[in-house]
Design a binder for this molecule. Structure first.
Ligand code: NDP
Length: 326
């Protein structure tokens, strides 16, 4: 076998709260996990400012700081955390094969997928600028809504997520303006009715975002246009929430794992098992409902326990984490 092939007992793909929690549990269970961080080390939380709803941080913590702490905690138990991006997998045999950066090949007894999901954004330069500055653009009302208490915010989207987030924000904010690009919601009737009947939510149909406005540091408003009349106007706002869907980062697994129509991995209910024995899923890669750091961490723990039980049942005896084997 090629010198470039490594064999590991437990490979964890992804470095958000799910991946690091899986690494902590797997390392403490002596599974000698190897974790590849992927393209965005730390995951979605690295684009979040303050995290105030993760238990154990009474004063809150920034997303990037929290991810560094989780990484340190995993490393304390000798989880092997590495840079690298999974470019190919082959889950057709007993040993699961994973390729890193199109070169390094790893053979794994168990794989824990924690690749997360990426929020979709509009892609406007001004939106991206204030997102990167942490200056008022967010794709998570539950994470960031609290910072806009008693303020006016704009939210884009018309699906169930948008309605849920608008309703959540309406309880915190003075006013929520919802920007809907068509003349109707995509959301279920019951979710749409809830926002329509909320007095401090204003809905602008046939409306799209022209530009997110700000003072160079923080958002101060949103210029929108009516796509029927082309009329533009500015909505004063300190927060710009984007709720136009998420894309799970699962493309690389699609030939082997059962995915739903959006690409979320389908897990066996009540566990982190996938349709492939020895391959487990945790975090947002399988969760389009809760999508929280704490729920991702919870399923990361579950995945490590499921992997441990799977290995115990298999009674595997090979030597782990050797640089090469024949
Ligand atoms: P959806 O794909 O259902 O909705 C996305 C929304 O964003 C659509 O209204 C779409 O508009 C709009 N949109 C997309 N791109 C743009 C753009 N560039 N500019 C403006 N608007 C845009 O995603 P969700 O995240 O809302 O929901 C995903 C799944 O999760 C759904 O199946 C949903 O039912 C489910 N879900 C269920 C919940 C519940 O039951 N409690 C809560 C949240 C989600 P358009 O309609 O014009 O295409």
């Amino acid at each position: 076998m090629s010198e470039n092939i490594e064999r590991v007992k437990c490979l964890i793909i992804g470095s958000g709260p799910a991946g690091y929690t899986a690494a902590i549990y797997a390392a403490r269970a002596n599974m000698k996990p190897v974790l590849y961080q992927g393209a965005q080390p730390g995951g979605q939380l690295t684009t979040t400012n303050e995290v105030e709803n993760f238990p154990g941080y009474p004063e809150g913590i920034t997303g990037p700081e929290m991810m560094i702490e989780l990484q340190k905690q995993a490393e304390r138990f000798e989880a092997d955390i590495r840079d690298g991006w999974v470019t190919k997998v082959d889950f057709s045999g007993d040993v699961h094969k994973v390729w890193i950066n199109d070169s390094k090949e790893i053979h794994c007894d168990t794989v824990i997928i924690s690749t997360g999901a990426s929020a979709k954004y509009l892609g406007l330069d001004s939106e991206q600028k204030y997102l990167k500055l942490g200056g008022g653009v967010s794709a998570c009302a539950v994470c960031d809504g609290f910072f806009y208490r008693n303020q006016e915010v704009v939210l884009v989207g018309a699906g169930d997520s948008a309605c849920e987030e608008a309703h959540y924000l309406s309880k915190l904010c003075k006013k929520v303006t919802m920007i809907v690009r068509r003349d109707e919601f995509r959301a279920s009737k019951i979710m749409a009715a809830r926002v329509i009947n909320t007095p401090n939510i204003e809905i602008l149909f046939n409306t799209e975002t022209d530009e997110v406005l700000g003072d160079g540091q923080v958002v101060t408003g949103v210029r929108v246009f009516n796509n029927q009349t082309n009329e533009k106007h500015v909505i004063p706002a300190t927060g710009f929430f984007v709720a136009i869907g998420h894309k799970p980062n699962t493309d690389v697994f699609k030939d082997f794992l059962d995915l739903d129509e959006t690409g979320y991995v389908i897990n066996v209910p009540g566990s982190t098992k996938t349709n492939v024995e020895g391959v487990f899923v945790s975090g947002d890669a399988a969760d389009h409902v809760y999508r929280q750091a704490i729920t991702a961490a919870g399923t990361g723990c579950m995945a490590a326990l499921d992997a441990e039980r799977y290995l115990a049942a298999k009674d595997s005896t090979f030597e782990v984490s050797t640089p090469s084997y024949n």
